[in-house]
Design a protein around this ligand. Structure first.
Ligand code: NCD
Ligand code: ZN
Length: 344
């Protein structure tokens, strides 16, 4: 029996690091095991929209890293939000400032998408996507649409035709369907060309809608896209563990202070950073695919982004522990549960 796994240091291609004191709380967890993390731009009050914002946010993150007692080899990969008013000029400047990607939040589908994109088809936004294609920035998409008479469980499916259109119109634009959550989403990503990939979160490999609302409302499992049916979850497990390079880790670790989750109209987002490699170890072990974990966490993402692989390794050891009920101001995923794997 395998009781130790050694992995190349991870790339977490979807992280919400936030700003201020929350940034300082959460960043050490990711930096412990990942050498790179995509820093999502939906921060508030200051969103990351331009090259100037990139300089500011990267400095914030670096300052938080400098303040940590442990020195981790960690580099944030920067992104900007793509809104209806994002121009090719903004793209060029952001690219020069080091942005590797632009993130689209369609209007109203998730935390801080109040100024999200309204129109994927306008000539104006096409020019922006073309500029991204030209400079080699990736397009990361929160692939859901909030339409009248569309249930929250159907929002990803309703978005998928837009993904097809974009992939066809911009064949050299690398597009990531972030946190894919449905069987049909996985199937569509497989069908599309090699310019399209998807990230998968750890929590979508574990949860169904039952875990969110089926046994009393569980606010700490509430996230967008909402976890779905058993066949959806099982297809995500197949995609993550099958060795298909189109699917790689993007944890979408999304911390919110406890009181913002445990209330009416609670915030969406699952905080997985403190338990991420440990949970993935469990999932891949159960699928009898531990040998494929490293490709999912540390190779396929880098390859899709066109980055060299990370140096250094981390190890997981088989040893039971209990996840704390709260870490700082936030309740982590699997709080109070026993996990089988620990970071060495
Ligand atoms: C994320 C957040 O909290 O910023 N929330 C979530 O439910 N996943 C935003 C996002 O990635 O949708
Ligand atoms: Zn996210």
């Amino acid at each position: 029996m395998n009781d130790r796994i050694t992995l190349r240091r991870l790339d977490d291609m979807h992280c919400h690091f936030r700003i201020g004191s929350l940034l300082k709380e959460v960043l050490p967890f990711t930096a412990q095991y990942a050498s790179r993390g995509i820093a999502m731009p939906n921060t508030r009050p200051r969103a990351i929209l331009t090259g100037d914002d990139i300089f500011w946010y990267r400095d914030e993150i670096r300052r938080a890293l400098d303040e940590m007692p442990n020195r981790y080899p960690f580099e944030p990969l920067m992104t900007i939000e793509i809104r209806d008013n994002t121009t090719p000029k903004i793209i060029e400047k952001a690219h020069r400032a080091g942005a590797v990607a632009g993130k689209v939040y369609p209007l109203g589908v998730t935390t801080n998408s109040d100024e999200g994109l309204r129109d994927f088809d306008s000539e104006k936004i096409s020019e922006t996507f073309r500029a991204m294609q030209d400079v080699g920035m990736l397009l990361l998409i929160h692939g859901e649409l909030d339409r009248e008479h569309t249930l929250v469980t159907k929002r990803e499916e309703v978005f998928l035709p837009t993904l097809f259109k974009l992939a066809e119109r911009f064949p050299n634009l690398k597009i990531v369907l972030e946190h894919v959550s449905t069987r049909v989403g996985v199937e569509n990503v497989r069908q599309l060309g090699k310019n399209v990939a998807a990230t998968i979160t750890a929590h979508h490999l574990c949860l169904t809608l039952n875990d969110v609302v089926g046994y009393g409302i569980q606010p700490h499992h509430g996230c967008m896209p909402i976890p779905k049916d058993f066949d959806d979850r099982d297809e995500l497990i197949v995609a993550a563990t099958s060795g298909d390079p189109k699917f790689f880790l993007g944890s979408d670790t999304a911390p919110h202070p406890r009181e913002k989750k445990e209330c009416a109209k609670g915030a969406c987002g699952v905080y997985t950073a403190p338990v991420l490699p440990q949970i993935l170890g469990e999932v891949f072990e159960k699928a009898e695919c531990l040998d494929r974990l490293e490709n999912f966490t540390s190779r396929f993402g880098a390859e899709f982004y066109g980055l060299p692989l990370n140096d250094g390794t981390i190890s997981l050891i088989k040893s039971e522990w209990v996840v704390p009920e709260q870490i700082g101001s936030v309740v982590p995923f699997r709080a109070g549960d026993k996990l089988q794997w620990q970071l060495a």
